[in-house]
Design a protein around this ligand. Structure first.
Ligand code: S3P
Length: 165
């Protein structure tokens, strides 16, 4: 049965998703990759050339397209996917297995500090302001994330341990 992973940037959705898919003999679909393939542009290119509003419009369009095919897969969504329009309702209706990988602001900051460059939403934020940005952003997004069927708290576990949870 379809399983969907959501959570903030850097929460490990794709890494855990791959393990989960393998353990359950399911396909793995990274939704960012799905968008990249459809648009023939990388995520940073889409943001740079077309803008965030275009990205969000396409994200919503492709989400409906993908989920209506009811793939037997583990799907990791983009950090913002559940947080626009009625995407979270669409996600919750597609499967009873929506998992939120919940990490602390400190853990997210530690991970994102290293890989800011590839992420259009945080690439221009100064190192010392990243933590405050994540705190506020996560507070807003938790409104959506916390509607998940299952909330998985993640600290220092391995992807295998998280997949088992
Ligand atoms: C975004 C998260 C990214 C990607 C885009 C926007 C967000 O996905 O979809 O850069 O709004 O949080 P990951 O969560 O896989 O990094």
């Amino acid at each position: 049965m379809m399983q969907i992973l959501i959570g903030y940037m850097g929460s490990g959705k794709s890494t855990v998703g791959k393990v989960l898919a393998k353990n359950n003999n399911l396909m793995f679909i990274d939704f960012d990759d799905y968008i990249v393939e459809k648009e023939n542009l990388s995520i940073p290119e889409i943001f740079k050339l077309k803008g965030e509003i275009y990205f969000r419009r396409k994200e919503t369009e492709y989400l409906t397209e993908l989920l209506s095919q009811k793939p037997e897969a583990v799907i990791s969504l983009g950090g913002g996917t559940p947080c626009f329009g009625n995407n979270m309702e669409v996600v919750l209706e597609a499967t009873p297995n929506v998992f939120y990988l919940k990490l602390s602001v400190d853990k997210l900051e530690e991970r994102l500090q290293k890989e800011k460059a590839q992420r259009p939403l945080i690439k221009d934020i100064a190192d010392k302001e990243l933590s405050e940005f994540i705190r506020k952003h996560l507070f807003e997004r938790n409104f959506y994330y916390l509607k998940s069927h299952h909330i998985i708290s993640v600290a220092n576990e391995t992807p295998e341990e998280i997949a088992t949870k």
